[in-house]
Design a protein around this ligand. Structure first.
Ligand code: NAP
Length: 259
């Protein structure tokens, strides 16, 4: 299927690794010019080179912290007016809510709620004027099935989800859609690092922890970043113009509800 977005431009945030990188790669394969952002320059340049080599697409890079106003301004200055926006940033640390002070909440809200909203604010009216826009927010399965120790993430990402639910109905008449992609367990550095920490606390090996988590999922495995990237590219396709305000959970069937 030709997604009919060749020649479009995309800003893909937090994209030197993991799910963001996979979204950048899937869009580049469709002929989209992609601006990739991350804080670490070396990994960002390596990822951009690989994607350029594989796809021949125009890839720009911005070394910046997307959760800061300066970082967002730098990304938008390089990207120009994108047709496609994929918002993403690292998630807040786990913990007990009794330990979190106002500053922890503000940091989580900044990274996982207000950063995507600021990026939407900066790009949406241009998309509306050009009568094409696709916005995908990478959130988390924890929005639908909260995880107790991820209270900062549950709270901040739910705030974004509520905001998007209202806005996405206002933009679709202009062929601008806004959707959220909710990852369950995907095999990325982040998931491997979480397993390493859990292994050191529990005395198990990292591979045993990973295997237990795979076995606990109805699919018997983790998702691959490539599956996530391709789902993102589809939501950004010309054909997806009638899908807006949705929360697409990709978790191998882990969430047990009917809806
Ligand atoms: P990952 O493999 O650790 O990759 C994170 C990427 O984001 C890296 O490229 C990192 O590069 C970049 N990044 C992080 N913070 C940034 C910032 N402030 N500004 C710019 N770039 C930043 O993580 P992932 O697994 O892809 O996770 C992506 C998102 O999905 C996270 O919010 C995570 O909480 C959520 N999620 C993931 C899973 C999963 O199973 N993988 C499940 C649920 C939710 P630098 O560090 O160099 O900046």
């Amino acid at each position: 299927m030709d997604l009919a977005i060749a020649g479009r431009s995309a800003l893909v945030c937090a994209s030197s690794k993991g799910l963001g990188r996979a979204c950048a790669l899937s869009l580049a394969r469709e002929g989209v010019a992609v601006t990739m952002v991350a804080r670490g320059e070396e990994a960002l340049h390596a990822a951009a080179d690989e994607i350029r080599r594989e796809t021949g697409a125009r890839i720009l890079t911005v070394t910046a912290d997307i959760t800061t106003a300066e970082g967002r301004a730098a990304a938008l200055a390089v990207c120009g007016a994108p047709d496609i926006l994929v918002t993403n940033a690292g998630g807040p640390k786990p913990g007990d809510f009794r330990q979190w002070e106002r500053e922890h909440w503000i940091a989580a809200l900044d990274a996982n709620m207000l950063t995507p909203i600021e990026l939407i604010k900066a790009t949406l009216d241009g998309m509306i004027a050009r009568r094409f826009g696709r916005i995908v927010n990478i959130t988390s399965g924890a929005v639908k099935a909260p995880i107790d120790i991820l209270g900062l993430s549950n709270g901040a990402r739910s705030g974004l989800t509520g905001f998007v639910a209202g806005l996405a109905r206002k933009t679709v008449a202009h062929n601008v859609t806004i959707n959220n992609l909710l990852p369950g367990p995907f095999e990325t550095d982040r998931l491997r690092e979480t397993a390493r920490q859990w292994a050191s606390q529990s005395g198990k090996s990292q591979e045993d922890v990973l295997q237990e988590r795979r076995a606990a999922n109805p699919s018997g495995r983790f998702g691959t970043p490539a599956e996530f990237g391709d789902a993102c590219a589809y939501l950004c396709s010309a054909q997806a113009g009638f899908i807006t305000g949705q929360n697409l959970l990709m978790d191998g069937g882990n969430y047990p509800g009917t809806f």
